[in-house]
Design a binder for this molecule. Structure first.
Ligand code: NOJ
Length: 921
């Protein structure tokens, strides 16, 4: 019976993969009672008022009570507990929960392990609360200090919380409950006759604790657009989902799900959830709001005029964007970020949830994946073809078929009899391997992992307390309970070489299906009434399950090398904090032009919300890309922070050499472009690691005042220096490119200069997509072609100096050993290059104790936009002359090789780790 069911479920699953997205498999807001209830509430419905305000433990604390107690329903009128805390750099945290001293039926779930421990050190201990009567109010509001420029206000009646500027007209920044939509469904004891079950399709959710949802409105002031709240396949600037002029739309859903062939334009929630929204407006100011909650969330962006009937008039109503946040469970644990610059907001968010882990250098190169590379011979062939075709790559990936019957940590002994040898052969060329390890464990009594997990009681339980049993790739499966720190540690131990037989130090890990995906579960996931350690219901922790799995795997890789090797783990599910554990990708996209296009807003959104190490499957996972699409995808993908080609097993093979010599040449050139830029990417990853500022950024992050950039999501910045415009249409050889700001831009294909602030129709022949270097910047490159990133370790650098109108430029270069954690102990090089008054100067940016040396030299200095015609350069302190000649802008580049020559200082003979000057004579 079981196997029949399994076959049926697989047939059903396989047919899903062949068709497009099956909407009816998933709940709409109307089919989700808490969402439907919250969405139908009217502004002003909230009857709570804040009272009993005081200071306790450095926080403002208060009670939230109904204004008029409803005596007939005592259960509903328990006061809620509010606390408001302030942190350095303009962060306000608002928490609202039930009062535990009043014995609610259960403690509501507070998400642990997301807020970094250092965040506590930023707390500003409040000493006093000021009062102020807002015009028209019967009772005064409480006002607290946030920073020199900002203060927070708790308005008592009607209840509202907002942050505002202190000076001028005391402009509001972000507010909560300004429209009185706050609602907190308190836990109740079940009375006789209560039926709390919810049904969806064939599934019944027992909901033993009944309704416990929370909803509220959040307003962003001075706002032209809001962004963020991944993961959705939609535009970067979020479109309104409700209100005048909006056709019937679902709210943006945040519920981690395994969605096959997702639509390229939909507010439907995909594999991950980051409830962090960013607003940006004409004033150039940015603010943010984050709700730490792991239950299902739905968010409406409300169209202008949605509240026309409400009679609620807000100050500074102009350019305000209102939003409605709804969650099934959890508590209110929210953060307001004041900005005011775009980079301030991402830094503020990063100070709460952490910055991005520093990847190993190899992980920033090209990854070759397919479901599946069949056997060791296939692996060897693919590997050697890369060399034969002179295409660099760093990592070869093995999908689920490499295992013995989808038992992770095992190998199919017929197909992969010598896994260690296979990895060693790759490692000899400086290449790595990645294998897949999913969270569903085959329920097979002879499988060591299942035996141990069962004996130890390490599985998630179903609502009756038995080990949860669901269908996934291996058939009947159970799921490790990753919420428990003890179980996570045990899981981490599975990666010791002695436990993962056949693994070697060059093997890294891919965590897939960790939403978690359960083929026969409601909405292809785990039932909400399944139970985790401590009696936590799955509904409360759902969106964080994959995060804990990713964390445990990543920590396991650190353990196996005793903390000496940086982990690399790719995850599909995401949650705030994921950035600390590894890379992510956007799941099962399709080989269509629109999927190529939407990859950019998706990656921009992920970067803005902390997860910068992200990429989309190059070529599209489902379907067979025509060669032109594949080539364009490689050209755009070469700038994705995470750069991996991947394909479904039903698709035709599509390694870069399979489409004729010309297409191979084009894809090779795209991959080479990425490899030449690795020093720049690595420097940007370090910036992300220190500050939280993403590698790939929206244009407005660099040009906050330039309105023309606010909704542009077809072009993107790589760091502050490079602007890339993708080509997303078949048969196009032109692209319309907006170049922002006042400075000029250099076309990296031919050195042509364009002034900023205009849209240009650019040539985009098949050789490349438009890419520009911003005047006033310096980009470090390595131009020699090698097999993989590690083969480039000792190669010399090229500096591309793009001069601005005052003949100045600057840039940075970060170098470390590319693999260990020694950089944390100061083992790194960080240089600043400044060109000014005809002199290029290299100075140290690292603290004095930083100590790493490098024999690498600077081989070429390319000067773009130099106005005089210098003949030579003087290098100090060597006191040597270097030749200046015309040279290629890019070695071997398809466009550059057709003739563009630029001013080049050849072999200045300086080392990358030292102070020097090169003076143009
Ligand atoms: C689903 C993943 O999204 C896809 O990338 C992978 O190839 C398959 N699972 C098989 O593991």
């Amino acid at each position: 019976m079981r196997s029949l069911l399994f076959v049926l479920s697989l047939i059903c699953f396989a047919s899903q993969t062949a068709l497009s997205w099956k909407k009816e498999e998933f709940r709409s807001c109307d089919q989700t009672p808490f969402c439907k209830r919250a969405r139908s509430r009217s502004p002003g419905a909230c009857s709570l008022i804040a009272s009993d305000v005081s200071i306790a433990d450095g926080d403002l604390v208060a009670k939230l009570l109904p204004k008029i107690a409803n005596q007939s329903d005592e259960e509903q009128i328990k006061p809620l507990v509010l606390s408001l805390s302030v942190y350095a750099d303009g962060i306000v945290r608002l928490r609202i929960d039930e009062d535990h001293t009043l014995n609610p039926p259960k403690k509501r779930f507070r998400v642990p392990d997301v807020v970094v421990s250092e965040f506590d050190e930023k707390k500003i201990w409040l000493q006093k609360v000021a009062t102020e009567t807002i015009a028209g109010d019967a009772i005064p509001s409480s006002v607290i200090y946030v920073s020199d420029g900002y203060e927070a206000v708790v308005r008592h009646e009607p209840f509202e919380v907002f942050v505002r500027e202190k000076s001028g007209d005391r402009r509001r920044v972000v507010s909560l409950n300004s429209h009185g939509l706050f609602d907190f469904e308190q836990l109740r004891k079940k009375a006789e006759g209560d039926n709390w079950e919810e049904k969806f399709r064939t599934h019944t959710d027992s909901r033993p604790y009944g309704s416990q949802s929370i909803s509220f409105d959040v307003s962003f002031y001075d706002s032209s657009f809001v962004y963020g709240i991944p993961e959705h396949a939609t535009s970067f600037a979020l479109k309104p989902t409700k209100g005048p002029g909006v056709e019937e739309s679902e709210p943006y859903r945040l519920f981690n799900l395994d969605v096959f062939e997702y639509d390229h334009e939909s507010p439907f929630g995909l594999y991950g959830s980051i409830p962090f929204m960013v607003s940006h407006g004409k004033s150039g100011k940015t603010s943010g709001f984050f709700w730490l909650n792991a239950a299902e969330m739905q968010i409406d962006v409300l169209a202008n005029g949605w509240d026309a009937e409400s009679g609620i008039a807000l100050p500074s109503s102009e350019s305000r964007i209102d939003t409605l946040w709804m969650s099934e469970a959890g508590i209110v644990d929210t953060f307001f970020f004041v900005g005011p610059e775009p980079k301030d907001v991402v830094k503020q968010y990063a100070s709460v949830t952490g910055t991005s882990a520093m990847p190993q250098l190899f992980a920033t190169g090209y990854h070759q994946c397919r479901w599946n590379y069949k056997d060791e011979e296939d692996v060897a062939q693919v590997d050697s073809k890369f060399d034969e075709h002179d295409i660099p790559y760093d990592v070869l990936w093995l999908d689920i078929e490499h295992t013995d019957g989808k038992r992770y940590f095992t190998w199919d002994s017929a197909l992969f009899p010598n896994p260690e040898e296979m990895q060693k052969k790759l490692a000899a060329k400086g290449r790595r391997m990645v294998t897949i390890v999913d969270p569903h464990i085959k329920r097979d009594d002879s499988y060591f992992l299942h035996k141990e997990a069962t004996q130890m009681g390490y599985y998630v339980k179903d609502s009756s307390g038995k080990d949860f049993d669901g269908w996934c790739w291996p058939g009947s499966s159970s799921y490790i309970d990753m919420l428990s720190p003890e179980i996570r540690e045990w899981w981490g131990g599975r990666f010791y070489y002695k436990n993962y037989v056949g693994s070697t130090p060059s093997l890294y890990i891919w965590n897939d299906m960790n939403e978690p995906s359960v083929f026969n579960g409601p909405e292809v996931t785990m039932p909400r009434d399944a139970l985790h350690v401590g009696g936590v219901e799955h509904r409360e922790v759902h969106n964080a399950y994959g995060y804990y799995f990713h964390m445990a795997t990543s920590d396991g890789l650190v353990m196996r090398e005793e903390g000496k090797d940086r982990p690399f783990v790719l995850s599909r599910a995401i949650f705030p904090g994921t950035q600390r554990y590894g890379a992510i990708w956007t799941g099962d996209n399709t080989a269509e032009w629109e999927h190529l296009r939407v990859s950019i807003p998706m990656l921009l959104t992920l970067g803005l919300t902390g997860i910068t190490f992200s990429g989309a499957d190059i070529g599209g996972f489902f379907g067979n890309p025509e060669p032109e699409l594949l080539v364009r995808w490689y050209q755009v993908g070469a700038y994705y922070p995470f750069f991996r080609g991947h394909a479904h097993h039903d698709t035709k093979r599509r390694e870069p050499w399979l489409f004729g010599e010309r297409n191979t040449e084009l894809m090779r050139d795209a991959i080479h472009t990425r490899y030449t830029l690795l020093p720049y990417f690595y420097t940007l990853f370090r910036e992300a690691n220190v500050t939280g500022v993403p590698v790939v950024r929206p244009l407005w992050m660099e040009f906050p005042q330039d309105e023309a950039t606010f909704s542009n999501d077809e072009a993107f910045m790589v760091g502050n220096a490079l602007l890339v415009q993708g080509v997303y249409t078949k048969g196009t050889t032109h692209a319309s490119v907006y170049l922002p700001g006042k400075a000029s831009w250099y076309d990296l294909r031919n050195e042509k200069t364009y002034v900023g602030g205009k849209t240009y129709k650019m040539d985009a022949p098949e050789e490349s997509i438009p890419a520009f270097q911003r005047a006033g910047t310096i980009i470090p490159r390595k131009d020699r072609f090698r097999r993989s990133s590690s083969q480039m370790d000792n190669d010399p650098y090229t500096l591309v100096v793009a001069l601005n109108s005052t003949q100045e430029a600057d840039g940075e270069l970060y170098i470390d050993d590319g693999k260990s954690f020694e950089f944390r102990r100061g083992s790194y090089i960080h240089r600043r290059f400044v060109f000014s008054n005809g002199v290029l100067t290299s100075t140290n940016l690292a603290p004095p104790q930083a100590r790493l040396s490098s024999q690498c030299s600077i081989d070429r200095i390319i000067l773009l936009g130099h106005t005089s015609g210098p003949k030579s350069a003087l290098v100090e302190p060597l006191n040597q002359k270097a030749e200046i000649e015309m040279g290629p802008l890019r070695m071997g580049g398809l466009v550059a090789s057709s003739g563009t020559k630029v001013l080049t200082i050849r072999k200045p003979g300086v080392r990358v780790d030292q102070d020097w000057t090169v003076k143009v004579l």
